[in-house]
Design a protein around this ligand. Structure first.
Ligand code: PRP
Length: 177
């Protein structure tokens, strides 16, 4: 059964039919971001998950993941680390390719941002096919850190992202608010 917070969050996500292409129902979080009560409730809930996982660092996934993860990092008193689309980070990076519906994409992390002993939680807005999250877990692992959780606002269950992510989680929780 949904909690009052879940009802509030759900009420602030707008369904946009046929965006970005026909047949797709886009989940628009801008009404949630524009509502300070809902945005604060989301930030608090995600910060609580960070504490529960014993996270020491927060990784946010470009771009909508940044919007959610940054206030959580401030609230939880933890460092924020961006995983960016390829070509955007100026320092030495680790790069990971992943499959899209058509073709591939690449994401990167600054190699020096994570080290052995870091306990990382990954935050994003949506888990769809799981490709982006899976690639980010691989980056974190290659950087020598441990993934202690993945937290998303929404999981589009019918796309099977949870199953795809499972092997890369190594038992860490995947929480969808
Ligand atoms: C969306 C979303 C997730 C990802 C989920 O990002 O914010 O990061 O796709 O899809 P997946 O589970 O199938 O990988 P998008 O690449 O559209 O970028 P944006 O946040 O910059 O709009």
């Amino acid at each position: 059964t949904a909690t009052a917070t879940q009802d509030l969050l759900l009420s602030r996500i707008r369904d946009v039919p046929d965006y970005p292409k026909p047949g797709v129902m886009f989940k628009d979080i801008t009404p949630l971001l524009a509502d300070p009560v809902a945005f604060t409730a989301l930030t608090d809930a995600l910060a609580e998950l960070c504490v529960r996982c014993g996270a020491t660092k927060i990784v946010g996934l470009e771009a909508r993941g940044f919007i959610l993860a940054a206030p959580v990092a401030v609230r939880a008193g933890l460092g924020f680390i961006p995983v960016r689309k390829a070509g955007k980070l100026p320092g030495a990076t680790l790069k990971q390719a992943y499959e899209l519906e058509y073709g591939t994409a690449e994401i990167e992390i600054h190699a020096e941002d994570l080290a052995d002993g870091d306990r990382v939680i990954v935050i994003d807005d949506v888990l769809a096919t799981g490709g982006t999250a899976e690639a980010s877990l691989e980056l974190i692992r290659r950087a020598g850190a441990q993934v202690v959780g993945v937290a998303v606002l929404m999981e589009l269950g019918f796309l099977g992202g949870r199953g795809r992510l499972e092997p890369a989680l190594h038992g860490a929780p995947l929480e969808a608010l």
